[in-house]
Design a protein around this ligand. Structure first.
Ligand SMILES: CC(C)(O)CC(=O)SCCNC(=O)CCNC(=O)[C@H](O)C(C)(C)COP(=O)(O)OP(=O)(O)OC[C@H]1O[C@@H](n2cnc3c(N)ncnc32)[C@H](O)[C@@H]1OP(=O)(O)O
Length: 258
């Protein structure tokens, strides 16, 4: 597939996907979402890739779903094509870690896309929000659900009902983002973080991601059991033997991703 709304590149086992519709502040139209889905699937399958980054521009990660494309849709268009959810969840479905590197606006679908990633590194100019209410809509790609799990009901409700934006400091305080960095350092920081993850044993990374994600979907007791069973399974990997031997022998591990 030839991409027109995103750019991709690989840097040392890290697959970087840059949203690229600058004139529309990276508004997420169907074409862009098809391309993003395709790129994420490719990165997830590629054995040379250990982690992925989704980013935008300094001004906008993404200003939401493309309002111009959506404006004339009928209920039947939306329902029959399962509009939004059918093709929007790929970032959350990837088995490899996906980092959102967010500068500027992450609004509506942009905020929802960032939340589908495994964690968000925010530039100091980042602004998050679910402004759908101000255009006679509601979030449709997870905003009411994921945001509430991230930041709690009171704040999520206020954000969704007022459409106000949250700056990077507030987003960090309430746990929406893992870290804030100066905007000029965002990509370097995200890349170093992704490279670090990509340098670990790929099976351990996948198992760890799966176990953390399970905490969202289940009770504490079920989650603990899942974690324990998954932990048991690391003892079936060569990388566990190598990782622990390397620690004892005071050397760097040579993971084989096996
Ligand atoms: C996924 C769902 C289901 O949850 C639904 C959604 O995501 S609905 C969309 C939610 N997002 C918004 O409501 C944000 C809309 N954008 C804005 O409020 C502003 O653009 C801004 C505050 C992000 C930035 O303002 P400003 O700097 O003044 O730039 P603008 O002149 O407004 O925008 C520049 C250019 O980009 C176009 N644009 C911006 N956002 C969108 C969008 N979501 N869809 C389509 N186009 C968008 C804007 O129209 C301008 O283009 P031109 O009119 O100049 O061609």
């Amino acid at each position: 597939m030839a991409y027109t709304c995103i750019e991709t590149k690989t840097d040392d086992r890290v697959f970087i996907i840059t949203l690229n519709r600058p004139k529309a502040l990276n508004a997420l139209n169907l074409q862009l979402m098809d391309e993003l889905t395709d790129a994420l699937k490719k990165g997830d399958k590629d054995p040379q890739i250990g982690a992925m980054i989704i980013t935008g521009s300094e001004k906008a990660f993404a200003a939401g779903a493309d309002i111009k494309e959506m404006a004339d849709k009928s209920y039947m268009d939306a329902y029959k094509n399962d509009f939004i959810t059918a093709n929007w969840e790929q970032a959350a479905k990837c088995r490899k870690p996906v980092i959102a590197a967010v500068a500027g606006y992450a609004l509506g679908g942009g905020c929802e896309l960032a939340m589908m990633c495994d964690f968000i590194i925010a530039a100091d100019n980042a602004k998050f929000g679910q402004p759908e209410i101000s255009i006679g809509a509601i979030p449709g790609a997870g905003g009411t659900q994921r945001l509430t799990r991230f930041i709690g009901k009171s704040k999520a409700m206020e954000m969704c009902l007022t459409g106000r934006m949250m700056n990077a400091d507030e987003a960090e305080r309430c746990g929406l983002v893992s870290r804030i960095v100066p905007v000029a350092d965002l990509m370097q920081d995200a890349l170093e973080t992704a490279r670090k993850i990509a340098g670990f044993s790929a099976p351990s990374v996948m198992m760890c991601k799966e176990a953390v994600n399970r905490s969202y979907e289940t009770s504490l007791a079920e989650g603990m059991l899942f974690e324990r069973r998954t932990f048991h399974s690391v003892f079936a990997t060569e990388d566990q033997k190598e990782g622990m031997a390397a620690f004892i022998e005071k050397r760097k591990p040579g993971f084989k991703n096996a």
